[in-house]
Design a protein around this ligand. Sequence first.
Ligand code: FAD
Ligand code: SF4
Length: 544
Amino acid sequence: MLRDSGRCDVLIERGRLLRILKLQAWTCPIQVRRLHMKTLRLLLGDQLSREVSALRDIDRARDIVLMAEVEDEATYVRHHKQKIVLVLSAMRHFAQSLRAEGIRVDYVRLEDKENTGTLKGELGRALSRHRVDKIIVTEPGEWRLWEAMQSWGHDLGKPAEILEDDRFLCSRRDFTHWVAGRKNPRMEFFYRHMRLKTGWLIEGGKPKGGRWNYDLENRKRLPDKIKIPPRRKCVPDAETRAVINLVERRFADHFGDLRSFNWAVTRDEALEALHHFITDCLPKFGDYQDAMKSGEDLLFHSVLSPYINLGLLGAREVCEAALDSYQKGAAPLQAVEGFIRQILGWREYVRGIYWMQMPNYANTNFLDASRALPRFYWTGETDMKCLRECIDVTRRNAYAHHIQRLMVTGNFALLAGVAPAEVEEWYLIVYADAFEWVELPNTHGMALYADGGLLGSKPYAASGAYIDRMSDYCTGCAYNPKIKLGSHACPFNYLYWHFLIANEAKLKANPRMTMPYRTLARMTEKRRNQIVQEAQQFLARLES
Ligand SMILES: Cc1cc2nc3c(=O)[nH]c(=O)nc-3n(C[C@H](O)[C@H](O)[C@H](O)COP(=O)(O)OP(=O)(O)OC[C@H]3O[C@@H](n4cnc5c(N)ncnc54)[C@H](O)[C@@H]3O)c2cc1C
Ligand code: SF4
């Protein structure tokens, strides 16, 4: 920090001294006083990266890194057991790697007797153990924590500096600047802006291959005989096994199965997962990005989101690995473009929206949805096979791929009119990659249209025909996707039309909804009434 006192003294940190001295030699006769600031650097559970701003310029001889496992963070929502194991084990391994570098780490374990259970409480205790001049922390990924942090300095009686989280490809400031004055700040335009900015898949100022987006090629149905690459196994070491036991004991009533825990907990393991994805899955990632298949949990997806979100992998390095594969001719353009779009486009875009719109964003409820979350979201006990499969994979893996989240569990919650806050809490709990900055815009905006179209230009509402086209779930289901009404009809069918009828006043004017509303207008009054009646009977039966 550079501070200019009234006497023209400049108080600076060691690392910047030389640069300032050089400047000073020919600018003005400022007196430079070297200040040995001893710093407590708090590292959060999703900041496990050597590049994170709170670790930059660390003075190994003087500074202390504080890492604390606290009950508050593990239970403010009742996270999936695998998510807690992943975060705690990755934190413990990251602390070891810092120590191996000669950095002093003060690590508080969940089971430590004196643990206060809160980050502020642990900072307070650490301040009584170490004499430091200030606290540094990188901004968190969730509004509630960011808001709480604002008073830490005052409450703890120590200057607390909150640094920008610059692990993203677009800063919060640049995003706000990009949005300013734009009539239509949609993801697609942001993505093009970011492609030009990074120069990725750009040739002579134009998109490689002549098109920005190969989304249409990314919707193929999975052929029956296609070979899906087997996934690598991560064998838990003694530390991870200890955390698994701890979580099994302490969070026994949380959702999720720990027997199938298969997450990387170190950067080296995460790099292996990246390598496996790039060589074995990326070439087919584009083609089958939207496909779903019973018994095949991961298909060609990267399953890298938890590692990127925790900091074990960087967004830039992941994209560069995909680009490198394209340059070597190992992966086709439409696969690499599809993958880059998810990270450079969607991931950065939803983060920008989150920070621009919070805290009010979470409170919008454009469709006035108010139903309680059905109980089967926790138990998987439903005769709708698609939902059963997607909830089962979520319970076993703390993971489901995008289309399962959006077009099955998300689509059902949208059509059934489940209250956004209840759906959002479910998504925040059940996925290993769920942190509010990315979970909330995806659930609130993309899946539920609760923001009235800020993030998506229309609701992602679909009938059983979509799920039937993109998956094999309907085979063996108690219902039939081709039947529209009656006891064998797929509930997604009448719920879809009921959703359009119930929200006609709010959605009909949307130009992207013209086609379905035209079809609805051609329906007889009798059929509309039948749809409404069957949907309402179904919804009344939903156990909450
Ligand atoms: C209702 C809902 C909730 C979601 N909640 C989360 C969440 O809590 N955390 C999260 O990381 N993603 C979330 N997503 C986005 C997406 O579903 C996951 O990022 C993706 O499924 C992770 O699996 P993968 O790593 O195999 O992704 P891949 O399909 O292999 O995609 C590659 C990478 O692109 C990024 N990405 C892809 N889509 C998105 C997106 N829409 N938003 C942000 N990043 C994206 C991820 O980093 C992902 O690892 C949600 C989507 C929906 C519809
Ligand atoms: S028939 Fe309907 S409920 Fe059954 S799996 Fe297909 S889409 Fe899902």
